[in-house]
Each structure stands twice: as C-alpha cells, then as structure tokens.
Design a protein around this ligand. Structure first.
Ligand code: FAD
Length: 610
C-alpha cells in the first residue's frame, strides 16, 4: 500500500488521497425551509416600523393611562404597563395624547418611477428569475432600520429606490444576475433581512444607472448538515429564526443570536461581521464561519477546501466578512454547528453602581469564565426595565416595595446609582453550576449580589421587545436611535461617562431639554468590551429632528473615538460611519480596500464603503 492508501468496500480511497471519502459522514438531506417571513414581507411585517405587524405598543386610556404590547408573540404582550406614562412624562415631558400618526402606505403612483429601460427589462425577464416592479416592493428594499429610514417611511418618501427587485433562488441564479449587470452596466444592491442600522442598503440619490435590489430571501435552503464534522452548508438568505428552528429539530444550534435574529439573514451577518449575544460560547460570525462563496463581477471567490484552519494568507474569508455587499453577493456559507445545550439558566446580579459592575465583568473576562451571555445595564436602563414591568397587583406591588427597601435600607444601595447585570448560562448542569459559582463569587467581591433568575430572563426578553418602542416614541415626538462601540477595558468607564457628558452638552447647546442617554455593556473580550448606547429626545420644535439626532450622534462618535473606542463593534460602517473609515484603517488600508474593490468589482456595480 503506497502512502497509507487503502480502498474501502465502496471503492473510495480513504487516506492520503485527493479523493475525499464522505461515506463515514452522516449527512442530512437538503432542507427546503419555509420561512416565517413571506416573500412579500409587508404581509407579515410592518412596512413603516420594526417587526411584526400585529406587535405594537398602544396607549390604553383609562383611570390610569398605560401602554401594552399587542399580539401574543412576546411574554409581556397584552399586559398593562402602568408605570410607562409617568416615566415618559418625567423623562421627556410628553403626555401620551394626540399622537402623530404615520402616513398611510403610499398608492402605487406615489413611488419614484423606475429607471429601468425596455431593453434591460427584456434581458432580465429572459433570466427567468422572479421579479417585481411594484413601487411598494421597491421601496421596502430601499432601507434598513435607522431612525432616518423609519422617519422617512412614516412622513415622506425616499428620493431614490431600486428600479426592480429580483428574487434568485440559488447560487447559479445570482451568477446570472451579476453577469447580466456586468454586461448592461446595472448596479446591484444586495438585500438580506433589511435590519441594517448603517444606511447600507439605501440607494445613492445620484445613481442614474438602473439599480437591481437582489433580495436573497428565497435563497434559504439548508443544503446539507454534516454531523461528523459539525458543520452545515446554508444558503445566505435564510433568516435566524428559521435557521435555528430547523437545526433545533435535528438537535443542533449555531448559537448565533444577534438581537435582530428573528429577521436578519445569514448573508447579512457575514456581510456586516455580526455579533450574537452568546458569542462567549459559540463565537462571533467570523468564528463560526468555515467556508463562504461570494459571487463577484470577476467570478466566484471561495476556497477549495473545507478545513478548520489554513496557513495560507491573507485569509480571504476576511475579505468577505464585513464587505457589506460592496464586493460581491454571498450565496452559500458553511457554519459550525453545536449540539443543543442540556441546560440553560438565566441569572441576574445587582450592583451598587456601574463601576463595580464593569469591574466584575473585567474580572470575569480576565479569568475567562464568561457564561454564554453577560450584560450590564446602567442605572437609567435599570429604571427603564422597571417601567416595562406589568401591573403586579397589590401583593406584587408590595413585594416590589419590600425589595426596593431591602436594597436601599438594608444593603445601602442608592436607587439612582444601582445597576443590574443579566446572565445566561449554557452547558450541562455541572458546567452551569460551576459557571454560576465563579461569576457570583467574583460579583460578591465587588459588592454585587444575586437578584434571581426571573429578572435575568426578563432582561433578555426585553431585548427583543425594546426594538418595538421606537415606533410609539415617534408617535409622541420622541426620536430615538442606538449606537455601539468596542473599547479596551481600561477606557470603558471613562468612555461611557464622557459620551454621556458630551451628549448632554450637545443637547444643552441645541436647547434640547428632555432627553435620555443610557448605556449597557453587552459583550466582554480578553482585551476589552462592547458598549451599547441609547439616545432619545423630545424633538418638540426642532425643525429637522432626524438631522439633529444624527448631528449629536456624530459628535458622540467623535467622543467615542477620542476615548479609544471604535467606529463599530457589530453594526458595520454602512453609509452612516464612512467618515471614520480612513482613520480606522489608515491611508494604506483605504487604498487596499479600493484596490480590492476595483479588482473584484471594477465597474463598481455594487455599493462601495468609501
Ligand atoms: C433591533 C435590532 C437589533 C440588532 N441587533 C444586532 C446584534 O445583536 N448584533 C449584530 O451584529 N447586529 C445587530 N443589528 C444590526 C443588523 O441586524 C445586522 O447588521 C445584521 O447582520 C444585518 O443583516 P440583514 O440580513 O438584515 O442585512 P441587510 O440589512 O439586508 O443588509 C446589511 C448589509 O449587508 C449586505 N448584505 C446582506 N446580505 C448579503 C449577501 N448575501 N451578500 C452580500 N452582502 C449582503 C447588504 O448589502 C448591506 O450592506 C440589529 C439591528 C436591529 C434593527
């Protein structure tokens, strides 16, 4: 036998051969996934806001004005939230009366006309790929979820929207679209789940060429699951909740859970270098990604092997990761999968102040004992979480009062300073117990003490619900947006304080009196952490509230960078943050990016970062 090669009964060469034997792997067949989100998204999702149409906060006028979440998709749905009104009044000086409602969905003749010319349409139709020229379908793919996007949908119209929407169903159809676009000088914007908060999918106003919106949603099969190597090959248009549901039925998970995972797509995650809340166990998208196929104007970029690591650089996976649709269309991804955890448990810890919470996180990261997720809310967010508590009844209210008394009178915590950490543990029972012990012990050293499983679970549930609040805020003249950054540990606390101060100063300068700036630490690493800010204000008489919000956020980003923070940890650059791209990657970095762009996409069909 030469080179240790031996033939098996099926005639395949097992070892030392270039022919890969896959008989010993257990492959699941292709799964045709029926997505929760239909092809015409507006049938299920809001056309002018976040999430499901049947889920929205509404005001219930009565003896006590309260709000509640409609529908039955989230645990707090249908429950009265009686503390909301008082908090809104205190924080924003807003009464929940006389809402400013959104305009109705525009009639077909109100959308910008398509620039598609007859010859282009004929050629596109010949591709035999489903398409739409309807204004509503084009408009719904002209935006993501920024404040600017949603404000425009509610009150006006985008100046430029795609001229046609195409729904390819596989890699080969994407190749055909890109080839045709190349030939006819047509621009392509790739649309995944449309949850971007970076302006990435907006059409450049001055683009006079025809723009195709390439919607990946119908390209959502799980092509195979390889149980021997714990990887799965998946088409890029699949959305998170569909992927996790299908894998769960087989006993697996990717463990990738960004807060948008109900609606965001695999291709979008790769294109934006997304981060999931359970990254401590499963890794960020770049850690999960084993192999990726991207269709470029020059052909398909992919590696011709599927190995766990390769000493052959530069690593072209990292050309694809974070490319934000500017270099090509991601069509298929091989991701790592893991068996479902045997035990999942939530937890929470109360700290006397933000600093002690951050110190705890730092120690937890130092000793690498992070549970699947660990997050720290500042005092403003803690209070905000409280006002989202349903009516607890007499007994419940009494218990809440006793808890507050215990914290303030016995523990000596100041109600206006205390902070809460939420925790999510995963593993087997023994591992979870060990993790709990280590984390609670460390927290104890910094004055924190456990505050129960229910508070922890509620914290994670609220993450999904909070996204719905901006829509009701807009009805009452409050503009709101979140932004995030990553920062070394030793600068984390000062960055939070300085950004808050800077925003307060900017608001004062602009005579904005009623605003909220709040933050939480959402991820930990060996060398630093991630800070996520919420900033909202009552725009009262401000003539252009979106531009004003953008201006203040932009100054906050300058402050972040001055404090050693980054342009973005996971939201990406998009069009909103291009200003800081050169200083982030250096002049040489910009020219390297541009050279790559010119090489892979010489006629600049897809958008560019800078
Ligand atoms: C409420 C909310 C919570 C969020 N939470 C998180 C979070 O926890 N973690 C996180 O990382 N992000 C988060 N985000 C941001 C957003 O969800 C992510 O950036 C996500 O990865 C975008 O995926 P998508 O499918 O929606 O992409 P889209 O919005 O459709 O597109 C985003 C960018 O990716 C490009 N793109 C999409 N698909 C492809 C493809 N197949 N090939 C090439 N380019 C493509 C687009 O052209 C665009 O540039 C959140 C957003 C919201 C609104």
């Amino acid at each position: 036998m030469i080179n240790e090669e031996k033939e098996n009964s099926a005639g395949n060469i097992e070892n030392g051969s270039s022919k890969l034997n896959q008989d010993n792997k257990k492959f699941q067949e292709t799964i045709n996934v029926k997505s929760v989100v239909p092809k015409y998204r507006q049938e299920l999702l809001k056309w002018n806001g976040w999430g499901y149409k049947d889920c929205r906060f509404e005001v219930n006028a009565g003896d006590v004005t309260s709000i509640s979440l409609t529908g039955n998709r989230y645990p707090i749905a249908g429950k009265n939230l009686p503390h909301f009104e008082g908090w809104v009044k205190n924080t924003f000086n807003v009464d929940l009366v006389n809402p400013t409602l959104s305009q109705a969905l525009p009639e077909e003749d109100k959308y910008p006309k398509t620039l598609l010319i007859a010859e282009e349409l004929v050629r596109i139709v010949r591709l035999n790929i489903p398409y739409s020229l309807r204004g509503v379908d084009r408009m719904l793919r002209a935006h993501g979820q920024t404040l600017h996007d949603i404000f425009t949908l509610r009150n006006g119209m985008f100046e430029r929207i795609p001229d046609i929407v195409l729904w390819p169903t596989c890699h080969e159809e994407v190749e055909k679209i890109v080839e045709l676009a190349n030939e006819l000088n047509i621009a392509i914007l790739v649309f995944g789940g449309g949850t971007a908060v970076s302006g990435a999918v907006e059409c450049p106003v001055n683009e006079r060429r025809t723009i195709i919106s390439l919607d990946t949603s119908q390209m959502n099969k799980i092509l195979w699951v390889d149980e021997a190597n714990l990887v799965a090959c998946i088409e890029s248009g699949i959305i998170g909740q569909d992927l996790e549901r299908e894998l769960k039925a087989l006993g697996y998970t990717t463990g990738h859970e960004p807060d948008s995972y109900e609606f965001s797509s695999l291709g979008g995650w790769v294109a934006t270098r997304a981060s999931g809340m359970k990254k401590n166990i499963y890794g960020n998208i770049e850690d999960l990604l084993v192999h990726v196929k991207m269709v470029t104007s020059k052909g398909v970029l992919e590696k011709n092997c599927q190995v766990p690591r390769l000493s052959c650089g530069p690593d072209f996976n990292h050309i694809v990761l974070g490319s934000e649709g500017s270099l090509g269309v991601i069509t298929e991804v091989i991701l790592k999968i893991r068996p479902l955890p045997k035990c999942t448990r939530y937890g929470s810890i109360v700290f006397p102040n933000f600093e002690s919470g951050v110190q705890t996180m730092r120690q937890v990261a130092k000793w690498r004992c992070q549970p699947a997720s660990i997050r720290l809310m500042d005092n403003e967010q803690f209070k905000f979480g409280m006002i989202l508590k349903p009516d607890a009844g007499l007994i419940g209210s009494l218990i809440d009062i006793l808890k507050k008394l215990y914290l303030t009178k016995i523990k000596g915590f100041e109600f206006d300073k205390l902070c809460v950490m939420t925790l999510l543990f995963e593993g087997d029972e023994k591992q979870v117990k060990e993790q709990e012990k280590r984390v609670y012990d460390i927290a104890g050293e910094f004055g924190g003490f456990p505050a129960g499983e229910t508070n922890g679970e509620r914290g994670y549930m609220l993450t999904f619900v909070i996204a719905y609040l901006r829509d009701i805020a807009l009805e009452y003249r409050i503009v709101a947006e979140s932004f995030e950054t990553s920062v070394p540990w030793d600068r984390a606390i000062s960055l939070c304080a300085n950004v808050k101060q800077r925003i307060a100063q900017e608001c004062r300068d602009l005579s904005i009196r009623h605003f909220l700036i709040s933050c939480r630490v959402t991820q930990t690493y060996d060398a630093g952490c991630v800070i996520y800010f919420y900033f909202a204000f009552n725009h009262g008489d401000v003539s252009d509230p979106v531009a004003t919000h953008h201006q203040i956020e932009s100054r906050a980003r300058d402050e972040i960078i001055a404090c050693g923070g980054s342009i973005s940890h996971h939201h990406g650059v998009g069009k909103l943050r291009t200003k800081w791209y050169p200083q982030t990657v250096s002049e040489v970095g910009v020219s390297l990016y541009n050279a790559t762009k010119n090489e892979l996409d010489p006629k600049i069909y897809l958008r560019r970062i800078i």
